[in-house]
Design a protein around this ligand. Structure first.
Ligand SMILES: *[C@@H]1O[C@H](CO)[C@@H](O)[C@H](O)[C@H]1NC(C)=O
Ligand SMILES: *[C@@H]1O[C@H](CO)[C@@H](O)[C@H](O)[C@H]1NC(C)=O
Ligand SMILES: *[C@@H]1O[C@H](CO)[C@@H](O)[C@H](O)[C@H]1NC(C)=O
Ligand SMILES: *[C@@H]1O[C@H](CO)[C@@H](O)[C@H](O)[C@H]1NC(C)=O
Ligand SMILES: *[C@@H]1O[C@H](CO)[C@@H](O)[C@H](O)[C@H]1NC(C)=O
Ligand SMILES: *[C@@H]1O[C@H](CO)[C@@H](O)[C@H](O)[C@H]1NC(C)=O
Ligand SMILES: *[C@@H]1O[C@H](CO)[C@@H](O)[C@H](O)[C@H]1NC(C)=O
Ligand SMILES: [Ca+2]
Length: 675
C-alpha cells in the first residue's frame, strides 16, 4: 500500500514536471554519473530521477551513503523518503548499478552525487553565556581587547550562517555615550573614541554589555538570535607622561645619561621618540625598556627647554596609544663670561663738570640666565691712563656700571683724553672692557638763531611729503664737533600733530624743515610754529637758553579745490541698435570731494545720438543708433563744479539683442582740465 501511494504521487509529480518543463530528459534518462542538489528539510518522498534500463538490464541497485533515505525502485526510480539534513551530511555519494534478470551487474555502478542545500534551520549560539575582559584606560580606539564568538551550524557560505554582532546595551551609559563598540562580523570588542578619552577607573571601574548575535547577516526579520553578557573591568593606564625633567647644561658626566622613563601597559612595546620641533640637533634617545636618555651635553644658551614625544608601538608598527609629551628644562650654569658692549666705549665729559656728575654707563652682557648670580655683573676700574693730574679721577658704580667724576673737574690742558680699563665680573669670570673719555670744552655758549622770525610761509595742502619747506640756522660758539656745539632743533609749539620735522646737517648745523605728514587746510590752516635750538650736552651751571635760542614762523595752508571725480575713468554701455529713441543707454556718476553739486554734459557726440541728464548723469538716445556707422561709439562726459574733469564713455551698439559680442575696451587716460 505504501509503495502504491508512493507511485501514485510520483506519477502526479512527473506529470507536473512534464507539463511544467516539457523536457523529459531532465528527470529521466540512461544510467550515467549525475549530481543533484536538493534543499534540506523538504517534504519526503520526492522523486530525484528515473533511470531507463537497456537490455539485458532489467533492474537497478543503489549503494553508498544512502543513510536509509535514498531508495531506488527496481524500475530505476530514484527518490528519498525522509527530509534531508545538511548539518548531518551535506553530500551523499551514491552508486547506481543496472542488473540483468539474474541479478548480475551489467552496467555501472556509476557515481550519483546528492548535494544537500542549506536552509536556515539552526540558531546562532554564543559559545559562552557570559564573557569577562578588561581594558586599559586610554586604549587606542578600535583596538580589540575581547572577542565574543557564536556559532551557527548553517552553511557559512550562505546568509543562513552569516552572523551579525551588536551591542544591545552598555551599562552604565552616561549621557547616551557609547564607550564600547563591536565589530559586527568578528565580534571583536574595542573602545570608541569617547571611551578611549573618557573611561576612568577612578570614576567607574566596571561596565556590562549585553550583546546579541543574529544570523541572516542580521538583515532579515526571520533571523535567529542569541544574546550574551560581557563584564568589563577598566584598569588604570600606566602610559602617562613623566614629570618635567630638569637637566643641568654643559654636563661633564659621561653620556648618555638616563633622565626619565615611560612604560607601556604590557611588555613588548616598541618605543621611539619624535622631535616635532625638527631641531638641527636632537640630543635624546629611548631604549626598548622605555628609558629616556640625554645623549650629549645640553647648552641652555642654545636652547633652554625641549618638548618631544615618546611613542609606543606594537610589533606591526601601529601606535598602541597616543604619544606622551616629555618636557626637559635646561638649568643654567655659569659657563659664559661677561662681554663688553663694544671694543672701546667712548664718553665725553665737559671741562668744568662737577664732582659726582655722571659721565656715562658701561653696560656689559652675560649670556647666562638673567636675574641669577650667573649673569649678575660687577664693575671695577683697574687702570686709568694717563694718571694726570692724579690717579683715581673716576669712579664706577659696582653693580650699575655708571661712571662718575670722583675727585675734581677735568681740564683739557692736563689731557684731552683718558683711557680706563674696567674689569667686569660675574661669580666665576672676569672680562676687561675699555672706556675712552674725551674731555671737551665746557658748554657755556647757547645756540643763537640768525633771526627770530622766518615770516609767513604759504603752502598748498597737497604739498608733497618729504619736501623741504624752510631752512633755519643757529650757531654755537663752543668747540666744534662736540656735544657742546652740536645743535638739535625741536618744534616746541604749533605742530602737535607732528606734521613737520627738522633734520640738522652735522657740519653746518643748518636745520631743514620737512613735511612728515600731509598738511590739512580744514584742521590747521594757520600754524604759529616755534623752534628751539639746543645742545645734546647740558649747559654749564649759570648759563641758560634765552630768547635767542628760539625762532618762529607762520605756516599758512591753502585749500586745494579738488575737481570732481568719476567713480570709473571709463564707463561702458551695451545697447541694441534697434532701441527706441529716448531709451536710457547708460549713466555715469561723479563725486566732488568738497561735496559741491555737479553738472554733467556731453562732449564729442559727433553723430548727435545721445543726450545726458545734467543732474543725474543718465544718458539717453535721441536718434536711431546704427551699429555699422560706429561701434563702439565713444563720447566724453564732462562733470563740472569749479574744476572740470573728463570721463570717456563707450557705447557699444550690438547687431541685435540675441548676440552678445562684447570686446573689452581699454581705459583711456582722463585728464583734469582746470578752468
Ligand atoms: C569562534 O569559534 C569558532 C569555533 O570554535 C572558531 O573556529 C573561531 O576561530 C572562533 N573565532 C574567534 C574570533 O575566536
Ligand atoms: C558592519 O560594520 C561595518 C564596519 O565594520 C559597517 O561598514 C557596516 O555598515 C556594518 N553593517 C551593518 C549592517 O551595520
Ligand atoms: C661649557 O663650560 C665650559 C667652562 O665650564 C665653557 O668653556 C664652554 O664654552 C661651555 N660650553 C658651552 C656649550 O656653553
Ligand atoms: C687710548 O687708547 C687708544 C687706543 O684705544 C690710543 O690710541 C690712545 O692714544 C690712548 N689715549 C691715551 C691718553 O692713552
Ligand atoms: C603774515 O601774515 C599775517 C596775516 O596772516 C599778516 O598780518 C602779516 O603781516 C604777515 N607777515 C609778513 C611778514 O608778511
Ligand atoms: C641771550 O644770551 C646771549 C649771551 O649768552 C646774548 O648775547 C643775547 O643777547 C641774549 N639774547 C637775549 C634775547 O637776551
Ligand atoms: C547708474 O545708476 C544706478 C542707479 O542710479 C546706479 O546704481 C549705478 O551705480 C549707476 N552706474 C554708474 C556706472 O554710475
Ligand atoms: Ca656667566
Amino acid at each position: 500500500m505504501i509503495l502504491q501511494a508512493h507511485l501514485h504521487s510520483l506519477c502526479l509529480l512527473m506529470l507536473y514536471l512534464a507539463t511544467g518543463y516539457g523536457q523529459e530528459g531532465k528527470f529521466s534518462g540512461p544510467l550515467k554519473p549525475m549530481t543533484f542538489s536538493i534543499y534540506e528539510g523538504q517534504e519526503p518522498s520526492q522523486i530525484i530521477f528515473q533511470f531507463k534500463a537497456n537490455p539485458p538490464a532489467v533492474t537497478f541497485e543503489l549503494t553508498g551513503e544512502t543513510d536509509n533515505i535514498f531508495v531506488i525502485e527496481r524500475e530505476g526510480l530514484l527518490y528519498y523518503n525522509r527530509a534531508l539534513d545538511r548539518e548531518t551530511r551535506s553530500t551523499h555519494n551514491l552508486q547506481v548499478a543496472a542488473l540483468d534478470a539474474n541479478g548480475i551487474i551489467v552496467e555501472g555502478p556509476v557515481p550519483i552525487t546528492i548535494k544537500v542545500k542549506d536552509i536556515n534551520d539552526n540558531r546562532p549560539t554564543f559559545l559562552q553565556s557570559k564573557y569577562e575582559g578588561s581594558v586599559r584606560q586610554n586604549s587606542r580606539p578600535g583596538k580589540p581587547f575581547l572577542y565574543v564568538n557564536a556559532t551557527d551550524l548553517d552553511d557559512p557560505a550562505t546568509p543562513n550562517g552569516q552572523l551579525y554582532y551588536q551591542i544591545v546595551i552598555q551599562l552604565p551609559m552616561i549621557n547616551n555615550v557609547m564607550y564600547f563598540q563591536i565589530n559586527n562580523k568578528t565580534g571583536a570588542i574595542s573602545l570608541t573614541r569617547e571611551g578611549s578619552q573618557e573611561l576612568n577607573p577612578a570614576k567607574n571601574p566596571s561596565y556590562n554589555l549585553v550583546i546579541s548575535v543574529k544570523d541572516m547577516g542580521g538583515q532579515s526579520e526571520n533571523s535567529f538570535s542569541d544574546t550574551t553578557s560581557v563584564d568589563i573591568i577598566v584598569t588604570e593606564n600606566i602610559w602617562k607622561a613623566p614629570k618635567p625633567v630638569e637637566m643641568v647644561e654643559n654636563s661633564t658626566d659621561p653620556h648618555p645619561i638616563k633622565i626619565t622613563q615611560v612604560r607601556w601597559n604590557d611588555p613588548g612595546a616598541q618605543y621611539s621618540l619624535v622631535d616635532k620641533e625638527k631641531l638641527p640637533r636632537f640630543p635624546f634617545s629611548i631604549d626598548q625598556e622605555g628609558d629616556i636618555y640625554v645623549t650629549q651635553p645640553l647648552d641652555r644658551e642654545e636652547k633652554d627647554a625641549y618638548v618631544f614625544y615618546a611613542v609606543a608601538k606594537d610589533e606591526y608598527g601601529k601606535p598602541l596609544s597616543y604619544p606622551l609629551e616629555i618636557h626637559v628644562k635646561v638649568k643654567d650654569i655659569n659657563d659664559n663670561p661677561p662681554t663688553c658692549p663694544s671694543p672701546v666705549t667712548v664718553f665725553e665729559v665737559q671741562e668744568n663738570e662737577r664732582l659726582g656728575n655722571s659721565i656715562g654707563t658701561l653696560t656689559a652682557h652675560d649670556r647666562d640666565e638673567e636675574n641669577t648670580a650667573n649673569s649678575f655683573l660687577n664693575y671695577r676700574i683697574v687702570e686709568q691712563t694717563p694718571k694726570l693730574p692724579m690717579d683715581g679721577l673716576f669712579l664706577i658704580q659696582t653693580y650699575a656700571g655708571m661712571l662718575q667724576l670722583a675727585k675734581q673737574s677735568l681740564k683739557k690742558q692736563d689731557t684731552p683724553q683718558y683711557n680706563l680699563t674696567i674689569e667686569v665680573s660675574d661669580k666665576d669670570f672676569k672680562t676687561l672692557c675699555f672706556v675712552q673719555i674725551n674731555v671737551i670744552d665746557i658748554n657755556d655758549q647757547i645756540p643763537i638763531f640768525e633771526k627770530s622770525d622766518y615770516g609767513n610761509l604759504t603752502l598748498a595742502e597737497d604739498t608733497n611729503i618729504g619736501s623741504t619747506i624752510l631752512t633755519i640756522q643757529a650757531t654755537d660758539a663752543d668747540e666744534p664737533f662736540t656735544g657742546s656745539s652740536k645743535i638739535l632743533y625741536h618744534i616746541i609749539k604749533g605742530d602737535s600733530e607732528g606734521r613737520l620735522g627738522v633734520d640738522t646737517d652735522p657740519h653746518t648745523n643748518t636745520g631743514y624743515v620737512i613735511i612728515k605728514k600731509p598738511l590739512d587746510f580744514e584742521t590747521a590752516a594757520v600754524s604759529n610754529i616755534v623752534f628751539k635750538a639746543e645742545n645734546p650736552e647740558p649747559l654749564v651751571f649759570g648759563v641758560k637758553y634765552n630768547a635767542s635760542s628760539f625762532a618762529k614762523f607762520t605756516l599758512i595752508v591753502t585749500d586745494v579745490n579738488e575737481a570732481p571725480q568719476f567713480s570709473q575713468h571709463v564707463f561702458q554701455a551695451k545697447v541694441s541698435e534697434d532701441v527706441a529713441i529716448g531709451t536710457k543707454v547708460g549713466n555715469v556718476t561723479a563725486k566732488d570731494p568738497e561735496g559741491l553739486d555737479i553738472s554733467y554734459s556731453l562732449r564729442g557726440d559727433t553723430r548727435g545720438w545721445l543726450k545726458i541728464d545734467h543732474v543725474t548723469g543718465e544718458i539717453f538716445s535721441v536718434a536711431p543708433l546704427d551699429r555699422e556707422a560706429g561701434s563702439p561709439y565713444r563720447v566724453q562726459v564732462v562733470a563740472t563744479e569749479v574744476g572740470i574733469i573728463l570721463a570717456v564713455v563707450f557705447i557699444r551698439i550690438k547687431k541685435d539683442k540675441g548676440k552678445d559680442n562684447v570686446e573689452s575696451a581699454q581705459a583711456s587716460e582722463v585728464k583734469p582740465l582746470r578752468s
